[in-house]
Design a protein around this ligand. Structure first.
Ligand code: HEC
Ligand SMILES: [Cu+2]
Length: 333
């Protein structure tokens, strides 16, 4: 990082090279075009300077060939640049399915990270090198931005929403981690380090720091502390096998039960009512922190479909909304 005068920050991820190539080609391409324009200006200034016998400009007739060329050639160059840039953008936007998931909560002024195995860290992120890692991120307060220059990735971290980011560290090492969105007095102190480790060493690190309590274990505790079970074992919808299932809502629509849906069900239950149930669930916004909500989601994700009969039978019919089925009901709010 201290290699004196270097054009680029250290490149330590699979996509850093592709981003740098694109950037370099744009910079060099722009420089060549600027130089060409200035050379032509210089030539014209001298060639067509004011002198005897050259006081009145000659009338020039337009040529369609020149017009087509100066529209067509830039169009081709720019479309090429667009396709190239879009390819890199989409590659960066879609995490591979086999990514290791890590959860990030931004907070004035620190990064809090949780690994599903239960390890938690602040302003330090340990990851396996050579493997794809996906970050699911949210903020406890204002907008932050998660920035790892050596990996050439940056993503805003927003309150009330999950954003994601993925990378694959290509070398083992320690790389700066920054907040790239001005977020208050100590924004400049909101930095830390990413440690890319050999996968075996990462596994050792995971088991070394583990408290024996995974994220979903922690979530189960929160679930009981907030008395979620009092309803969800009886009048609430069963949460087993909920994750990534399609849920019919009272307004007639169907939503996919992903992280964002479950989070919303917890902090703003009135917004999406499950069909066949009364909107009696209170909001837990402010009661559960963003970290706890991530733990609750991890717990709900861990609830697989149980064999029938292993739970006290829940009959949605017993609390069926009388209005349901006749006319679709509007959402509250
Ligand atoms: C007062 C009873 C009650 C409590 C307490 C309660 N819930 Fe609910 N919950 C419900 C009911 C009823 C629904 C279905 C209606 C709706 O969507 O609001 C529901 C819906 C949900 C859903 C959406 C389920 C689906 O099938 O799509 C999730 C997720 C959920 N609750 C999680 C929780 C969590 C986590 C807690 C504790 C922090 C909790 N609930 C506490 C009654 C409750
Ligand atoms: Cu910040």
């Amino acid at each position: 990082m201290t290699s004196g005068l270097s054009l680029f920050p250290q490149a330590a991820s699979a996509n850093a090279q592709t981003v740098d190539h694109l950037y370099l080609v744009f910079v060099i391409g722009s420089a060549v075009i600027v130089a060409a324009i200035f050379l032509v200006i210089l030539y014209f200034v001298i060639r067509f300077r004011r002198r005897e016998g050259n006081l009145v400009a000659r009338r020039v007739k337009e040529s369609p060939y020149i017009e087509i060329a100066w529209s067509g050639i830039p169009l081709l160059i720019l479309m090429g640049a667009f396709v190239w840039g879009a390819k890199i953008y989409f590659d960066e936007a879609v995490p591979p399915a086999n990514s290791t998931e890590i959860y990030v909560v931004g907070k004035q002024w620190m990064w809090k990270l949780q690994h599903p195995q239960g390890n938690r860290e602040i302003n330090e992120l340990h990851v396996p090198a050579g493997e794809p890692v996906k970050l699911v991120m949210t903020s406890e307060d204002v907008i932050h931005s998660f920035f790892i220059p050596a990996f050439r990735i940056k993503q805003d971290v927003l309150p009330g929403r999950y954003t994601q980011l993925w990378f694959q560290a290509s070398t083992v090492g320690r790389f700066p981690l920054l907040c790239a969105e001005y977020c208050g007095t100590n924004h400049s102190r909101m930095h830390g380090w990413v440690y890319a480790m050999e996968p075996a060493e990462y596994q050792r690190w995971l088991s070394g720091g583990a408290t024996g309590e995974t994220m979903s274990d922690a979530g189960q505790k929160v679930f009981h502390r907030l008395s979620c079970a009092t309803c969800h074992a009886r009048d609430g919808p069963p949460l087993q096998g909920l994750y990534r299932r399609r849920v019919p809502l009272s307004d007639g629509s169907v939503v996919l039960a992903d992280d964002a849906y479950i989070r919303k069900s917890i902090v703003d239950p009135a917004a999406q009512i499950v069909r066949g149930y009364e909107p009696i669930m209170p909001t837990f916004a402010g009661t559960a922190t963003e970290e706890e909500i991530l733990q609750l989601i991890a717990y709900i994700r861990s609830l697989k479909n149980l064999p029938p009969g292993s739970l006290p039978e829940v009959e949605p019919g017993s609390v069926q909304n009388p209005k349901d089925g006749s006319a679709p009901e509007r959402n509250q709010q």
